[in-house]
Ligand binder design. Sequence first.
Ligand code: UD2
Length: 301
Amino acid sequence: PEGQRILVTGGAGFIGSHLVDALVENNDVRVLDNLSTGQRDNVHSEATLVEGDIRDGETLETALSDIDLVFHEAAQVSVQRSVEVPEKSFEINTRPTLQILERARTDDIRVILASSCAIYGDPDYVPIDEEHPPSPSSPYGLEKLTIDRYARLYNDLYGVETVALRYFNVYGPRQTAGDYSGVISIFVDQATEGDDITVEGDGEQTRDFVHVDDVVRANLLAARTDAVGEAFNIGTGSSVTIRELSDMIQEVAKSNSDIVHVDPRSGDIGESRAEIDKAQTKLGFDPRTTLREGLESLIDE
Ligand code: UD2
């Protein structure tokens, strides 16, 4: 996008802040973030930070003034936390999205929103295409499914330009948020600190790890696509087992950490891998960062 007035909710967080970095040069960028897990330091100096909570209707309304395009990344991102406090998770992840869509309806705003592979639950088959039946296994997954469907409905009913991006396992710099972080940031910390690398279960579970730079590119493509009202898987189309991941991180970090197996996580997903044909064909999405390159740059930092 160029010359647009853009709101990035969650723009101080992991994915949002990388998106802001990519947008500030050619656009007028506003960030709404309550800094609960996001960091002020992540916010590019050329963006305007509005410190506030998306649950606060007035704050969100003000942040949406004179905006052409919204990237909605603000969320309660922990699956585990959603299981502990489902009502709170719902309030953060669901209703504010509806408020954004309502404002988009009156003000002609395009909305790109962060959906998740969590909507599929434990999949019936891999690679998972967008037609895979949704079957969320956590409140988080159900919340993401809800907003994913609202995005489509607002396009069908009111012609709002929406795109839902179903992120698979995103990783990269700045991924640490309180007690919640993805397995790659945990393993990299363990490998570089010389602590045991903790593989949960037998390590045969698979994931499709997509670098945040590629996720940013997917968002930029979504901002100008004609394929509105659609949802797209955003992954790489490849997967590794968690055991392969631990070995690769140990090797790239030249670490002398031991790899140890600990109890499996209850309700863990067995296999996950995205079918990205739709994003490739309709968005022109082509992930560029291989897992090894992504890990090398993360560990070199
Ligand atoms: C990812 C997303 C989550 C949601 C979910 C949907 C991340 C960080 N989380 O959860 O937001 O979309 O997918 O299914 O992208 N593991 C270990 N050792 C550790 C930590 C994790 O072995 O110290 C394993 C864990 O048991 C799991 C795998 O690594 O099998 C990935 O765990 P995760 O928390 O990074 O991500 P996931 O797939 O549970």
